[in-house]
Design a protein around this ligand. Sequence first.
Ligand code: BGC
Length: 772
Amino acid sequence: MNTLIKTKIALLAGASLFMVACNTTHNNAATTTSSNPYAKQVDSILNLMTLEEKIGQLNLPSSGDITTGQAKSSNIAEKIAEGKVGGLFNIKTVKKIRDVQRVAVEESRLKIPLLFGMDVIHGYESTFPIPLGLSSSWDMEMIQKTAQIAAQEASADGINWTFSPMVDISRDPRWGRVSEGSGEDPYLGSLIAAAMVKGYQGDDLTANNTILACVKHMALYGAPEAGRDYNTVDMSDIRMYNEYLPPYKAAVDAGVRSVMAAFNEIHGVPSTGNKWLLTELLRDDWGFDGFVVTDYTGINEMVDHGMGDLQQVSALALNAGVDMDMVGEGFLTTLAKSIEEGKVTMEALDTAVRRLLTAKYELGLFDDPYKYCDLERPAKEVFSDEHRAYARKVGAESMVLLKNDNNLLPLKKEGTIGLIGPLANTAVNMAGTWSVATKQDKSNPLLDGLKTVVGDKAKVLYAKGSNVDYDLEFEQRITMFGKAIPRDGRTDKQLLNEALQVAAKSDVIVAALGEPAELSGESSSVTSLQIPQVQKDLLNALLKTGKPVVLVLFTGRPLAIVEENENVPAILNVWFPGSEAGLAISDVLFGDVNPSGKLTATWPMNVGQVPIFYNHKNTGRPLGNKEGKFEKFRSNYLDVRNEPLYPFGYGLSYSTFEYSNLKLSSNTLSENGSIEVTVDVTNSGDYDGKEVVQLYIRDLVGTVTRPVRELKNFNKIALTKGETKTVLFTISEEDLKFYNSELNFVAEPGEFEVYVGTDSNASLMASFELIK
Ligand code: BGC
C-alpha cells in the first residue's frame, strides 16, 4: 500500500493527531523586506528561536500514525510540543484540530500556532464536480464561488490552508490527474487559476472564512512522458512559457500565498531542487513572496531521481527555494548538519522561517490561534442545504452533451425509465477523485436522483447490468479509497439477463456507464481510453433491444468513445458531478437544466493520437484537404484522421445557436489601440439556453512558429428561444503577445485571423493587421 493511500485511509477513518512530519527551509533572498507588514513581529520571534525550532517550522507532517513513502512517521504531538512541526495536513474535524493547535500554543516553548492544510480540491463536504468538470462550465464567477464555499466549509472545520488550485495543463488523457486540472488551454486555465485563488483567499485573509491557497504542481506536472504519473518531463522553453506556465503565473498574479513544487524534473533537475524554477522564475521574475512547500515526500524522492543522499537533496531543496518539507523529514533530520557543514546558510534557513511565520501572521493566527476552531460553526456552515443546492446547480452546469440524435434528450417525465449500469447506484463514486473531505455515503446516486426528480410521474426500474470490469484485479485497483462498487455475486450472464428484462419493460433506457471515480486521479494512468469491455458489451446488448438508449457517461478524463458515438443516439458526459450528482444529472436529463458545458480538453479518436490538442502548430506539411483525407508525405496517419472525436470547446445544447455577422471595428490595430469584434448569436432552437461564445486568434507569421489558433476570449451568454444577442469582444495588442525565442513577451506586427464560434473549429473568420 503506498503512502498516499495510507494517508487517505487514515483520514477517512478519522485519524488521530498522531502522524509524520518533515520540513524544509529555503535559500538566500532577502526576507525582511519593507513590503512585509509583519517583518518586525516575524523578526522578533525569529530572534528567539533555536536552530531546532527554526527547522521545526519548516516541517509539514501528514495526520495519522503512518509510514510514508520513504520516511517513517512518528509521534506528532510530541514533536509539536518540542517545536518540531510548522503545520499539519489532512486532519479532519474542528475538534481534533483545536486539540492539536492547543498542543502547539500551550505546550511548545514559543507557542507558535500551526498551519492546518488539506486537499480541499473541489469542495469540502459539499462537493462540486471534479475540476475538469468544473472547468467545462466556463463560468468563472461560479468557479470562484465554489472555491469560496469550499473555503467557508473547510475553515469552519479548522482548516486554514488548501492544496489547491491544481493548474497543471495537460494534453494527455492517459494521465489520471487530468481529472484534477482545467484541461489543455493556458488562457482558460489561467482564468480558472485566478478565480480559484480569489475564491479561497477572498479579499481578507484575516477573516475566519478565508484560507490560504496553494497553486500546484509547480511546474509542468501535466506533461509526463507517456502519460505515466510521476514520469520525466522534458520540454522546450518556448513551449513551457507559452503553453504550460501561464496558469501558475496567473495564480501568483492573483496573490496566491503558497506554491507546491511538483514531483517531476524540469531541465533535468527535479522541481523540488530546481533553483531556476523556484527562485529565479517564481520569485525573481514573477515576484512571488509567499512560501513554497514540497509535494508529498518530494525531497526524499530526489534520492531516487539520483540527486544525492537525503542530506544532499534536503540542502538542494532549501537552497533551491523550498520553504516547507511535506512528510519526508529530510529537513528535520539533516538541515542542522548541513548548516554546521556550511552546505546551507543560516540566512537561507531564516528566510524560509520568515516566510512561514509571515503566512501565519497573514492568517491572523498569532492574534488568535483558534480563529478557525469555533466548535459551533460546522453544524451551521458545513454541508448546509444552501451549499448542497449550489453543488446541484454546479453539477448540472458542468455536464457536456456530446450527442443528441433526433432530440432524444430531454426525456419526458412519463412512462417507464430503465436505469441500467454499474455507475447507476453508487453514492460513494459520485464525488469523484480527490474528494478527501466529502461525505461519500451521503452523496446522491443517480438512481435516487432520478426517482426524486420524476416523482410519481414516471416509473424507474433499475438493474446493475454488469460489474465495472471483467477483470476482478483491475476492478479492485480502480475502486479504492472506500469507493468500491461491490463485485456482484452473480455471473456476467445473470447480470446481463436482469438488465435485458428491465430493458424489455422500459420505454427508454438510461445507461450509467464509464469509469469509477478512482480510475482517474493520482497514480491512475492508463494506456486504454475505452470504457471497460464488460460495460461496452452491456451497452451493445441494450442497443440491440431497439429501445432508445441514453448513455450517461461518468469519466475523469477524455475517452476515445468512437463506437459509442457511432451507435448510441444520445450521450451526456457527466464527469463526477459531486455530492448532489443524481439530482444534477436528472435535472439535465429531463431538461430542467439545458446543458451548456463545453469540453476543455480534446477527446481523441484513439489513444494513438495522444497528445492531441487544438492549439497545435501547422507544421511544414499540413493536410491540403478540409475533409481530413489521407495524403502521402503530409503530416497525418495512415489509419486514423488527424481530427479528434470531439474538439476543444465542444458541447451541445437542447437548443441550437447560430452565428452570423462577424465584424471588426477596424482592419488594423495599432500599438495601444484596440479593435472591437462583434458577432450575432441567435438561439434558433426550441429551448432557452446558454452558449459559450468563443473567440480564437491565429497569428499568421512570426519569428517563431505560432499555433493554428488560440483561445483569446469567450463569453457565456443566456439566450431565450428565438433571441439574438450581439456579443462584443475587444482585442488589444496584449492579446497577441507570446514568448519569442529569447523568451521576451512580445506582439509582432503582421496579419491575424479572428475566429468566433461554438467550439475550436469555429469557421466565421475576419482578419486584421497589427501595425507597429
Ligand atoms: C499530491 C498532491 C497533494 C499531496 C498531499 C500528493 O501525493 O501530488 O497534489 O496535495 O499529496 O495530499
